[in-house]
Each structure stands twice: as C-alpha cells, then as structure tokens.
Design a protein around this ligand. Structure first.
Ligand code: UTP
Length: 218
C-alpha cells in the first residue's frame, strides 16, 4: 500500500486544473499498488476558514470547517476503484482498504493537518514511507518562488526538519511543508517522507524506489 498526502492546492488551488485531476484519477486506477490518498483543503479550506474567522468562530470550529473542506476535495478523487465514501477516521480507512483498491480521505480531528493523518495512516498500516505531494515540490535552500538559483535539499533528518518548523534553527528561507505532528509520528515509527511536486512520473519513480526529484525526510 502507498500512502499519499496530496496538498490541497493541487486539487483546489487559485483555479482548478481539471486535466490534472483527470490524470491523477487515471493514475490511481492504473497503478498496481493499493493507494491511500489523503487530500488537503487548499483554497476551499482557506476561503471558508477566512469567512468563519470574520464571523468570530473559535479555532476548534475553524479546524472543523477545514476538515469538511478536505473531505469535499477528496470527493473529487472517487473513481470506480475507490471506496465510495470518505472515511472519517484512520481505522475506517483501513477497513475500507480491505474491500476497495483505493481509499481517499481528508482530515479527521482538529489540531493537525492532513499530513498528520497521512502519517498516522502509514503507521497504522505498517508502511515505511509517505509521499507528500506539494505545489513547491521539495525542500529548497531558498524560496524557489523568489530565487531562481534555489537548490533542492535531497535529504534531511527528522531533527533538522523539526527544528526548522519550531523556529529553533534559523535556516534562512527554508520552509518545511509538513506539520509537527506528522514529523513526530514519522520519527517514532521511522517512516520516511518523500516531499515531491505534482508530476505523476516522478511519483511513479518514488513508488518504484527509483531516483526522483524532491526531498526525503528521515
Ligand atoms: P490541510 O491539511 O490542507 O492544512 O487542512 P494545511 O497544511 O494548513 O494546508 P495546505 O494544503 O498545506 O495549504 C486544512 C485545514 O483543515 C484543518 C486545519 O484547520 C487545516 O489547516 N484540519 C485538517 C484539521 O483540523 N484536522 C485534520 O485532520 C485535517
């Protein structure tokens, strides 16, 4: 089984890339491996959370709205080979995977992001890696959006990734697109996190254990 954390901005960004979603759905159906795809909230979450914030909603409720957005985005990836419902927990997802080739889901509980869900799912399923697909496509030594000479960091320890997130270490410009819970789960169960972009051939290379473009944490 392969666990993929798909950044919400890939499914629901500023504009919707329907052709990419079609290609991703086909990839899910065609790849021989069973897949768990955990989808993020992207712009859907951002817009709803902003509105709810203006209405004075508290953080718990904002997270609940975020979770519903991730589930809505996940529904765009239901194919004939995918469980027809979006599981609300990791255990439910595991149960559905015994019946269907693929399972797609969004968030579970307030207090973390879908990266955390993907890592818990991998831990529960006994998987040794998670693929994190983001719009940036890896961890760079500088912000690649503003620096054309930004170089990708091929490997990073859990320790370094955690210290960057918690701000203990000032690695200028470094951005680790993973939440802290996800990193802690990864570290305690020794699960590698492959941070890559949206390219599906590159995803296939990760699954086959071949050389890929991106960063591996752990
Ligand atoms: P995302 O997983 O997309 O969060 O969930 P993110 O990482 O902040 O967003 P991107 O995709 O990297 O831009 C969206 C929101 O849903 C809530 C959180 O509020 C999160 O920010 N959420 C999601 C939860 O509270 N629990 C979950 O399990 C998942």
């Amino acid at each position: 089984m392969v666990v993929i954390s798909l950044g919400g901005s890939i499914v629901a960004g500023e504009s919707t890339d329907v052709e990419y979603i079609k290609r991703f759905r086909k990839f899910m159906d065609d790849v021989p491996d069973k897949l768990f795809v955990v989808v993020g909230g992207g712009n859907t979450a951002r817009r709803y959370i902003e509105t709810a914030k203006s209405l004075g909603y508290n953080e718990y409720l904002l997270d609940r709205i975020g979770i519903e957005s991730t589930r809505l985005n996940a529904m765009l990836l239901i194919t004939s080979k995918t469980a027809p419902k979006i599981p609300k927990t990791v255990d439910e997802s595991i149960m559905l995977s015994k019946i269907y080739k693929n399972v797609v889901m969004g968030g579970t509980e307030p207090g973390h992001t879908t990266d955390g869900v993907a890592l818990l799912l991998a831990e529960r399923a006994g998987e040794k890696y998670v693929v994190n697909m983001t719009s940036v496509g890896g961890i760079y030594d500088k912000d690649p959006k503003t620096h054309s000479d930004a170089k990708i960091i091929r490997e990073m320890s859990y320790e370094r990734a955690k210290s960057i997130i918690t701000g203990k270490r000032m690695d200028a410009g470094l951005n680790v697109p993973i939440d802290l819970l996800a990193l802690k789960i990864a570290e305690r169960s020794n699960i590698k996190i492959y941070v890559i972009g949206k390219d599906l051939e590159n995803l296939m290379r990760v699954i086959k254990g071949e050389d890929f473009k991106g960063t591996v944490i752990g």
